[in-house]
Design a protein around this ligand. Sequence first.
Ligand code: DQA
Length: 151
Amino acid sequence: MQNYTFLILNGPNLGRLGQRQPEIYGHQDLSRLKPLIHDVLGAASDEIELLFYQSNSEGAIIDRLERARDEAVHGMVLNAGAYTHTSLAIADCLAWIQIPCVEVHLSNVWARNEKLRHQSLIAGHCLGVVAGFGILSYVLAVQALLRHLQG
Ligand code: DQA
């Protein structure tokens, strides 16, 4: 039975995973996510319904976040891409919708040279951050969300 609905939300330039700079972001796209979650979480994965959304636009991401509140989504895994580092608007939205959220990154943003990537405007509105494990970052975030909600 599916007790939890989680939204996997991806921001700009994350719709072309596998094609975009695979040396940084890996060769897999998110179609591998469901089977990976099943591998790692086992039977617990049956409890989770996953919704997917990706947009390259800041406003569309905020619209989707607001809709997630209306839908009473239980948790979110958010890779806001470059907006992580710049978007006060997404941070403001996370501050009021109050949906448990885990920030994820495929790459280890703190190991990268551009200083701006070391800053996140949204992390303070999230339960935690998982970065650096490629697609597995999303799986670990889902696992953390599930444990958090199960108490
Ligand atoms: C990213 C890291 C960001 O700095 C970058 O802008 C992205 C992807 C990641 O998943 O590693 O678009 O969020």
